[in-house]
Ligand binder design. Sequence first.
Ligand code: HEC
Ligand code: HEC
Length: 314
Amino acid sequence: MNQEAQSLRDILMPYFVPVERDNQRLIDNKKKIDLGRHLYYDQRLSSNGTISCNSCHDLKKQGTNGAFYLESKNKGATFRDVPTIYNVATLSMYNADGGITNFKQKLKHAFTNPYEMNVTDESLIVQRLGKIASYKTLFKSAFPNSSEAVSMDHIMDALQAFIEGLSTPAPIDSFIQGNDKALSKEEIEGGHIFNSKSCYSCHTGSNFGGQMIQKLGIAEAWPNKKDLGYYHLKKVSAYKMFFRVASLRNVEKTGPYFHDASSSKLWRAIKLMGRHERGLNISEEEALKIEIFLKSLSGEIPIDYIKKPKYLLN
Ligand code: HEC
Ligand code: HEC
């Protein structure tokens, strides 16, 4: 047994449920998932019919879209970076401020949020889809026991079923399950540095984050205070600059980083974390070693699963 590997595993193990693709679930929910996939790509779910979930959470671009975000930001149409849509079903809290703690509720919020689908009248969307014969058929087969074909609840259920399947098992999962070889010597070394800098005290659990809110700038103030995070929801001054600890799955590919997209390089983001969250000066060399470890959190995108439906329903 490799001792360095085992000691890293012992540290990471608590609260860690390895990510797997649950094929049985995919089979059991096939019809709902199919419907959810159509909805995910359909612009008719937005008020003005010009954006879909995929416009921002682009499934081919790691479930995010840096270019679209920057374009919207320049137009003043958004203020927070687009988080990835992969591996979100198991997070404990949602949005940069962690203000929503229930997955279904977050999906509802994605419709009404002016910075997402911006839907002010949900009944319009239901009516719009209800007029489309092939949608009615899809809804009926996904929800055979329901009296109403198209409803907001069914739209949410179907989207939830589809998004729950957007998981990306990574080498780290195989490693935690006992495969020493899943991580290289360098990745294991980086993992120990990640732990020695107390990164894991906040970035904990299966998603290396997504479990709690913490003050951004706890050791040294964060320079950009335009967005005060959780404070906007609670108006209690102790919550100023509290943000959800970001999940680090696929982080290597989901830049730019932080709610304000203020860092485009991962090693730089790591150095900033050391400084602002821990009061530590992490050397570039150490930051690059941590970055190597974080690459073991990257999984394959399920190409077949995310295939855009060939035809647009009408
Ligand atoms: C115009 C861009 C845009 C569109 C379109 C959009 N989103 Fe989002 N989404 C965002 C942004 C920005 C956030 C972060 C909001 C925040 O932090 O306050 C977000 C957050 C989320 C989250 C939470 C992820 C996390 O890690 O907390 C989920 C889930 C989500 N969106 C799902 C959807 C779904 C489903 C749709 C389609 C119905 C959708 N979004 C459409 C931009 C978008
Ligand atoms: C005190 C808690 C805390 C500690 C310790 C901490 N972080 Fe963070 N981390 C956060 C919070 C909160 C965010 C989200 C900030 C935001 O959205 O702007 C974050 C975000 C990040 C991001 C950006 C992810 C993204 O997709 O935007 C990276 C990378 C990161 N942390 C790595 C680390 C590393 C490496 C360490 C150890 C040196 C570390 N963090 C230590 C709380 C912490």
